[in-house]
Design a protein around this ligand. Structure first.
Ligand code: ZN
Ligand code: ZN
Length: 262
């Protein structure tokens, strides 16, 4: 099978000791690309270097995570994201709202998210969105961004059907992580609700390793477990989930389609 990990934190210190092995294992497992998320400007700088040493395989993004929104400084950070996009970052994010942890005040989270959505509209780049327990605000802000022509993905999605439906009707994508393999995960209907052409898969590595690696450090090679779970629930083959989600990821982020012979 050939798949794309649409969301991995390859720049995370968890991979400092063996990053090249992790990337090699992703290739052996069938990955045709990995999107390395820059959840801060420092992480985006590191992710850009990783992408530069794996052209056509690792791509990077740049944004400010809602956890760090309290330190968001608009002129400085928007300028840095803009510079990353000009240098090849394929998307803005991850950004969004996290009202579960509330590591930053909600008002600051909304300001940082709003500002990044505005930049996405101006640059016409997709956004990678983190959303947790912020349904109403996420729906409102995604709806407004979609009206301005912004497309994106709700990453590591575990929210309500209503939010998923709002995103889907706005033309957005929904990405599932290893969480959907956990024994306690029971929202099977959510896994069936996302149409074939809007479905993405991701590791969110180093976090959220799927069963049976749960609790260990996650890595992009483990996305095959999430693909298996989706294939079972959606009553299709692993190959069709892998191929379809890879094509969707390429479409959302504007990546070249792979060479048919590679
Ligand atoms: Zn996230
Ligand atoms: Zn993430």
């Amino acid at each position: 099978m050939r798949y794309i990990d649409s969301h991995a934190h390859l720049a995370d210190a968890a991979f400092d000791a063996d990053r090249e092995d992790v990337i090699a294992r992703a290739r052996s497992a069938g990955a045709s690309a990995v999107i390395s998320i820059g959840e801060s400007i420092a992480a985006a700088d590191r992710a850009a270097n990783i992408a530069a040493s794996h052209p056509g395989f690792v791509y990077h993004t740049a944004g400010i995570h809602p956890h760090d929104a309290a330190e968001f400084h608009e002129p400085r950070d928007i300028e840095a994201i803009r510079r990353h996009v000009a240098a090849g970052a394929i998307a803005i994010g991850e950004c969004g709202l996290d009202y579960h942890y509330d590591h930053s005040p909600r008002e600051a989270q909304r300001r940082a998210f709003e500002s990044q959505l505005r930049l996405a509209g101006e640059l016409q780049r997709p956004v990678v969105v983190h959303s947790r327990e912020a349904d109403d605000d996420i729906s409102d802000m995604i709806g407004a961004a979609a009206d301005a022509g912004v497309r994106g993905v709700l990453h590591c999605f575990t929210g309500t059907h209503a939010v998923a439906e709002t995103a889907l009707s706005a033309g957005w994508y929904v990405s599932f992580s290893g969480i959907v393999t956990f024994k306690k995960w029971d929202d099977i209907e959510l896994l069936r609700l996302v149409p074939d052409d809007r479905l993405l898969v991701e590791s969110d590595a180093p976090y959220l390793a799927p069963v049976p690696m749960r609790g260990k450090r996650n890595e992009p090679a483990f996305v095959t477990r999430t693909i298996e779970r989706l294939a079972t629930v959606r009553e299709t083959s692993l190959d069709s989930i892998a191929t379809q989600t890879a094509a969707n990821t390429r479409h959302l982020f504007g990546l070249a389609m792979p060479d048919a012979h590679s």
